[in-house]
Design a protein around this ligand. Structure first.
Ligand code: ADP
Length: 174
């Protein structure tokens, strides 16, 4: 595919704890994509649950929320980024590797650095959006329009308490 796409990349708490940030950013920079946004942030339970809403019926859902919130690693932060460019979603998924770190290519980020915990959770270091629809939903969930260097999705100006705010155009994310 040769079209420009945006994708959400998250270095999860295990990636930060294992000091993999520099290594992962270097590998991402080799993808020839543009960094359109970056934020170090704490993840609330609400944000984690919304991000992983498609996993809510899984037996490991609670553990998964704790993982993203940093409660399994005593590192209550993640590095969330938006990468933009040609074929961005496929390129970053390929670099990340399969969801299960034991099945991931050994040279992929998950294959090299991921593990399966004794509770059976895949600690796989990095998140990368799966497709364009998910990328849009996730980017709008994690970032406000002004935190991204250019307008990836349509926005609207609203007025709250006499202050103008730029928000994602409503009605697109459910
Ligand atoms: P991906 O992160 O590759 O898009 P999913 O959205 O299916 O994969 O899963 C979200 C996260 O939940 C994974 O990154 C991993 O941390 C965890 N996970 C997924 N499937 C399993 C599983 N079968 N057992 C344990 N943990 C899992």
């Amino acid at each position: 595919m040769n079209i420009n796409q945006a994708t959400l990349v998250i270095i999860k708490p295990d990636g930060l704890k294992k000091s993999l940030t520099g290594n992962i950013l270097t590998r991402l920079s080799e993808m020839k994509l543009e960094i359109a946004a970056a934020r170090v942030m704490r993840v609330s339970r609400e944000l984690a649950a919304e991000h992983y809403r498609h996993m809510q019926d899984k037996p490991f859902f609670e553990e998964l929320l704790k993982y993203l919130m940093g409660e399994l690693h005593n590192r209550k932060k993640v590095l969330a980024m938006v990468y933009y460019g040609k074929d961005a979603i496929r390129k970053v998924r390929l670099l990340a590797g399969s969801t299960n770190p034991e099945e991931a290519e050994p040279t992929s980020i998950r294959g090299a650095y991921g593990r399966i915990t004794t509770n059976g959770l895949y600690e796989n270091v990095i998140h990368a959006s799966e497709n364009e629809e998910e990328a849009e939903r996730e980017i709008k969930l994690w970032f406000k329009p002004e935190e991204i260097i250019f307008d990836i999705y349509p926005t609207e100006i609203t007025i709250r308490n006499n202050v103008q705010e730029k928000n994602w155009l409503s009605g697109i994310v459910d």
